[in-house]
Design a binder for this molecule. Structure first.
Ligand code: HEM
Length: 443
């Protein structure tokens, strides 16, 4: 039995004894305090057990802060798992998985998931990755056409219905809807706007709250999110961590909407010369065999790739090592955003959205893009899905705003769109931004 659990059990017994045998109120107070804290601990342990989670809550304890790694080479090593501290010898896959699973423990608690990011079980990791690779492979050329067509009509119909639209929920709901269509094609998904918006908004909320306080959110309490999910995917097994659809939805949607938002604003507001490439892509979304073959398709992919560089949706990737020989714990974070903005790697204009840098890019530049991880843990969506899906969603949004005179009102973040300054990259940025039909149209 884990030493911490044993200690807690002893304390709990001691508390019980104090309460039972003491006559003094001070003893009762001490006993009561011990009893309450033990009860809280056991609640967390029981939830973990229920979710098939081992009781490793080391990440949740204390006020430790990570060592931030900003060097590109070291970040790459860390992402691939090669910096995993083992005490001795070369790290094996199980140790690499454990180092990733520990900091992602909060996601198991908050979303009831068990996937490649949260597991240290090698067999399940391989099985899950295979499932993802199969889903990605199953998206045929024909399917890309359907996804692009649906993204386009969805964006257009959403904007047609109103004189103004909050930008973030618009991007979130289009991204989530098309993601569900891509990964759950067999489900006759009842895609009601209300449920899409609830799932999109709740994922974002729970993600942020669980980051601030990992203990505060548990999957059992996420009634709103679970109900809306069940409406969208009626046969979803939300209480089976390995079958929970959020295993796929989180990596596919949560990262995607943020990069789509920024790429869309950059191309619409600051770099109109790239809009033509997106128009072409929407007409022929699955045309070439490999991403980037046609001229304009390549240009659209360059713009998207640049958005992944300047605005990597996973800004920091964490690893938590537990060296068994010294019992020393090390917490490191690869600062991908800082690596992606280094002049040493990207030249004199690292803060400028410049898709042109990818036109004649040397292979080394591609290898410095860490938005999809690196080494053994490279994201399976990097090869084709990630760029194509992002490009299609950006194209659909550009097409929709192009149909009416829309303007962008950034609310309090207006000054943040100054030329040469990157957009804000926080998850909660631009919540006040609105698309507003311009006055000429209304008259
Ligand atoms: C915007 C698009 C995406 C971005 C930026 C992204 C980013 C990443 C990153 C940074 C990693 C490495 C995480 C780590 O090392 O801890 C990763 C791994 C992974 N991603 Fe993605 N991802 C995206 C889309 C997707 C999609 C659509 C899926 C499929 C549903 C997916 C599934 C996975 C899986 C299974 C891994 C684990 C790979 C492994 O450990 O071998 N991702 N992703």
């Amino acid at each position: 039995m884990d030493a911490r659990i044993l200690c807690t059990l002893c304390l709990q017994l001691l508390a019980g004894a104090l309460v039972a045998f003491s006559k003094s109120s001070v003893c009762q107070l001490i006993g009561g305090t011990f009893f309450l804290s033990s009860a809280m601990h056991w609640t967390v342990v029981l939830i973990n057990r229920y979710l098939n989670v081992s009781a490793d809550s080391t990440y949740l304890e204390g006020n430790a802060i990570p060592v931030i790694i900003t060097d590109n080479k070291k970040c790459k090593e860390m992402l691939g798992g090669d910096r995993t501290h083992t005490g001795a010898g070369i790290p094996g896959i199980q140790e690499k998985l454990a180092a990733r699973a520990r900091p992602n423990f909060r996601l198991r608690l908050a979303f009831g998931i068990d996937n490649a990011f949260t597991t240290d079980d090698e067999v399940w990791y391989r099985e899950f990755k295979k499932r993802v690779q199969c889903s990605l492979k199953a998206i045929s050329q024909e399917r890309w056409h359907i996804l692009a067509r649906d993204a386009r009509s969805l964006a257009t119909s959403k904007l047609q219905r109103s004189a103004s639209s909050p930008l973030v929920p618009l991007v979130q709901s289009i991204t989530l809807r098309i993601t569900l269509e891509a990964f759950f094609p067999k489900n006759p998904v009842r895609l009601r706007d209300q449920h899409i918006e609830t799932v999109a908004g709740e994922i974002n909320r729970v993600w942020m709250v669980s980051k601030d306080d990992p203990r505060s959110e548990s999957w059992r309490c996420q009634l709103k999110l679970r109900d809306a999910l069940a409406e969208l995917i009626p046969d979803a097994k939300v209480f089976e961590p390995r079958e929970n659809p959020l295993n796929i939805i989180l990596p596919a949607y949560e990262t995607m909407w943020r990069v789509v938002l920024r790429c869309f604003v950059e191309v619409w507001q600051r770099h109109v010369e790239w809009q033509g490439a997106f128009e072409d892509l929407l007409r022929n979304p699955g045309a070439s065999q490999a991403p980037g073959e046609g001229h304009n398709e390549a240009r659209a992919f360059h713009a998207v790739k640049e958005a992944f560089r300047l605005y990597p949706p996973t800004r920091r990737v964490h690893r938590h090592y537990a060296d068994p020989s010294t019992a020393k714990r090390v917490w490191e974070a690869a600062d991908i955003e800082t690596c992606h903005r280094s002049a040493e790697v990207w030249g004199p204009d690292p803060l400028v959205f410049n898709p042109g840098r990818w036109a004649n890019a040397h292979a080394n530049l591609g290898a410095s893009l860490l938005a999809f991880g690196a080494g053994d843990f490279t994201c399976p969506a990097k090869a084709g899905f990630g760029y194509r899906m992002a490009a299609i969603l950006v194209a659909a949004l550009l097409d929709a705003v192009g149909q009416g005179p829309w303007k962008l009102d950034m609310g309090n973040d207006e000054e943040e769109l100054a030329e040469g300054v990157p957009m804000l990259s926080g998850r909660d940025a631009y919540v006040q931004a609105m698309l507003v039909r311009s006055e000429e149209e209304c008259r």
